[in-house]
Unconditional design. Structure first.
Length: 402
């Protein structure tokens, strides 16, 4: 690997810092999503699509992806630096999360040159939005039992079935789709195939799902005799399970290659300090309570450790004691942490913690309440926290199944 010129990297950081300070939108007259799973209105979608394209055109998204496919062709350290600045500046999220974090890396790792030429630039620019077609209504976490069927008919596949929790499905141009091409295969896993399926066509319908928060963001997708080109098959028939498992490694943070940027606006423990100063316990500011101060320090320490572990995971000599432990544990640890962080902030608000978004009594327009309720989607998507614990137990600690 070519060594990074520190002067070049420092200059890049300086330019990026200046660019985001100047260009980050600060006053938006509608509620910006905290995560890519909350994009449910046209103004939110159009704003975030334009923002992602602007960041990409400035050179701060996909900076380390190959130049021949639309990336910047730089070392990964450059993109990591830009991403850290985006997080620190609290910029709006990147819209095309499934394209940037799962589909794109998958294509760069195992896609054909034609597939890379066709899809990568549109993923980075947000010209082409991607969604994921894995989960089904009747099969819960049993992904291997997917029953959506894909039947070869000449130069097409005919798709019938349904997928659920399709994030941004109503806006998507393409779907990474797991479907059953051989119902008589030796095992249920060998009967599955993986498709890069268009979403705009006859026989494909999306129905938005209203969440507990009152927002939309997920859809259910229905395929009824939908025809897609046979060229949409990725790999060979029967390889779908292997490709899907690699995709989930990107989703769970166990495999690198993501385009950069952030797709979730993570709360910061330091944001609670002002809240603790304003809240009252026994007639005094809550921050003067020793128990509150201790909890704040613990939360700040945990947030710092999550950030440092993320950086440590990319330095091979520092992550050799238990290979993959940091990568596989990061999703579980971070989603649990942010859920607890939001819950603590709500508890500090006392009776005002019961007010929600748009209520005049809500603190900061209910951002902590909204963050808490939306945090459950992160502890479910990509494998529930229970499944993550099983994976860590079996693949990191070597514990027996069951």
């Amino acid at each position: 690997m070519t060594a990074v010129d520190q002067k070049d990297l420092d200059a890049f950081k300086q330019d990026a810092q200046a660019w985001f300070e100047e260009n980050t939108p600060r006053d938006v007259d509608f509620m910006l999503p905290l995560t890519f799973m909350e994009v449910g209105t046209d103004p939110q979608f159009n704003f975030l699509r334009d923002w992602q394209n602007k960041v990409y055109e400035a050179g701060y998204l996909g900076a380390h992806w190959p130049k021949e496919y639309g990336g910047g062709g730089l070392a990964r350290e450059f993109q990591d630096a830009a991403t850290r600045i985006m997080s620190a500046e609290r910029t709006p999220i990147m819209l095309n999360a499934i394209g940037l974090n799962w589909t794109g890396p998958l294509l760069l790792d195992r896609g054909s040159d034609d597939e890379k030429q066709k899809y990568i630039k549109g993923i980075l620019s947000a010209e082409n939005i991607w969604c994921q077609g894995f989960s089904e209504p009747d099969h819960g976490s049993d992904l291997g039992n997917a029953q959506t069927k894909a039947v070869r008919d000449g130069d097409s596949y005919v798709i019938n079935g349904s997928k659920i929790w399709t994030t941004q499905g109503n806006y998507a141009d393409y779907m990474i789709l797991l479907a059953r091409t051989n119902p008589d295969a030796e095992t249920k896993y060998k009967g599955l195939s993986f498709f890069l399926s268009p979403m705009k066509g006859a026989g494909i319908e999306t129905v938005p799902i209203r969440k507990l928060t009152g927002e939309y963001g997920f859809t259910q997708t229905f395929f009824q005799d939908a025809r897609i080109p046979a060229s949409c098959l990725m790999g060979e028939e029967g390889e779908g399970w292997l490709i899907a498992m690699q995709t989930l490694e990107y989703e769970r943070g166990a495999r690198s290659g993501q385009a950069g940027g952030h797709v979730m606006m993570m709360a910061n423990p330091t944001d609670i300090v002002a809240l603790a100063q304003a809240a009252q316990i026994n007639g005094k500011p809550a921050i003067e309570d020793p128990a509150i101060r201790e909890e704040l320090v613990l939360l700040m320490s945990e947030a710092r450790s999550l950030g440092l572990n993320s950086r440590r995971d990319k330095i091979a000599p520092l992550a050799q004691d238990r290979p993959m432990s940091l990568a596989l544990g990061s999703k579980l640890a971070s989603t649990d942490f942010y859920q607890r962080l939001n819950a603590f902030a709500i508890a500090l608000q006392g009776t005002r913690g019961a007010y929600y978004v748009d209520d005049p009594q809500a603190h900061d327009n209910g951002i902590w309440q909204r963050g808490y309720l939306n945090s459950f989607s992160a502890t479910i998507g990509g494998g529930t926290s229970q499944i993550q614990r099983n994976i860590i137990g079996e693949h990191v600690l070597g514990l027996p199944k069951g």
